[in-house]
Each structure stands twice: as structure tokens, then as C-alpha cells.
Design a protein around this ligand. Structure first.
Ligand code: HEC
Length: 127
């Protein structure tokens, strides 16, 4: 249900704001790719495969492909888990950047999950 809601919100956003149309949608994912490669790839690697027993693979990862809310939450707030510390990024990236990064990891390396809209990241950040 939440995924459907996310898609609807994203599509409304696409329709409502010309800057995210057509070529711009590609630029949005490209922004996510750039930020990912600059920051996240240090651990999760540019191929999204991570490192065994250290950094989880994001490629083909059901958590990444599932409900986007906990994915956005993990990127914003980080997590101390079984493998170690995932740093928090809420002070590093704005809503558009977090949305672009999460949209990128949901669509890179053969992953196929709907993108996430910046307005939606703002809502999760506000919780
Ligand atoms: C310093 C290393 C490091 C960096 C940099 C890093 N992560 Fe992580 N990430 C981790 C670790 C370690 C975990 C696993 C934490 C745990 O044990 O639950 C993790 C977990 C995750 C998860 C959850 C995966 C799952 O299966 O539960 C996602 C999604 C994620 N990272 C995305 C990102 C994104 C996007 C970025 C860049 C903004 C990023 N990470 C940067 C170390 C890192």
C-alpha cells in the first residue's frame, strides 16, 4: 500500500513540477548515482555488492527493493546492526539528494523498484 502511495505521490510530483519531467528525471537518478559513488560506495562499492560480512549488498537486496520508508529511514538516521555501524546522512544530504540516492539504489545494478519523491523524504525526516 505504501509503495502504491509513494508511486502516486511521485507521479503527482512529476506532473505538477516541470523540472522533474523527461530529461530531468534522468538527471535526478544521475544526481543519486553521483552522490552514491562519492559517499556510499566507500562501503557498499560502486557495483552495489558491498563486502561479505562487512557491508551489505544493495544489489538484489529485498530490503532495498521493498517498502521505501525503512530504506529512507536507514539512510537518514543510520543504524547500528549485526554487521556494524551504518552512518546517518540526514545532516549531509537534503531531501532531494536523499530521494535521488534511494531512487538510484532501487534502480541500479538490475534493481527494479519505484523511485522515491523528495516530498516523501521530507515527511519521513519530520517524524
Ligand atoms: C562507513 C560505511 C558505510 C557507508 C559510507 C554507508 N553505509 Fe550503508 N551500511 C553500512 C553498514 C555496516 C550497514 C549494515 C548495518 C547493520 O548491520 O544493520 C549498512 C546498511 C545499509 C542499508 C540497509 C541494508 C539492509 O539490508 O538492511 C542501506 C539501504 C544502506 N546501508 C544504504 C547506504 C547509502 C544509500 C549510503 C550512502 C548515503 C550508505 N549506505 C553509506 C555501512 C555504510
Amino acid at each position: 500500500m505504501r509503495i502504491v502511495l509513494a508511486i502516486v505521490i511521485f507521479l503527482c510530483l512529476l506532473a505538477a513540477s516541470p523540472p522533474l519531467r523527461g530529461q530531468e528525471t534522468g538527471d535526478f537518478i544521475k544526481l543519486g548515482q553521483e552522490k552514491f559513488n562519492d559517499t556510499c560506495a566507500a562501503c557498499h562499492r560502486t557495483n552495489g555488492e558491498g563486502l561479505p560480512d562487512k557491508f551489505p549488498a544493495l544489489k538484489g537486496n529485498p530490503f532495498v527493493l521493498g517498502d521505501p520508508a525503512p530504506v529512507v529511514g536507514t539512510v537518514l538516521n543510520g543504524r547500528q546492526g549485526r554487521l556494524g555501524l551504518m552512518p546517518a546522512w540526514k545532516d549531509t544530504f537534503n531531501d532531494r539528494e536523499v530521494a535521488a540516492i534511494v531512487s538510484y539504489v532501487r534502480q541500479a545494478w538490475g534493481n527494479q523498484a519505484p523511485p522515491v519523491a523528495p516530498a516523501w523524504v521530507a515527511r519521513i525526516r519530520g517524524k
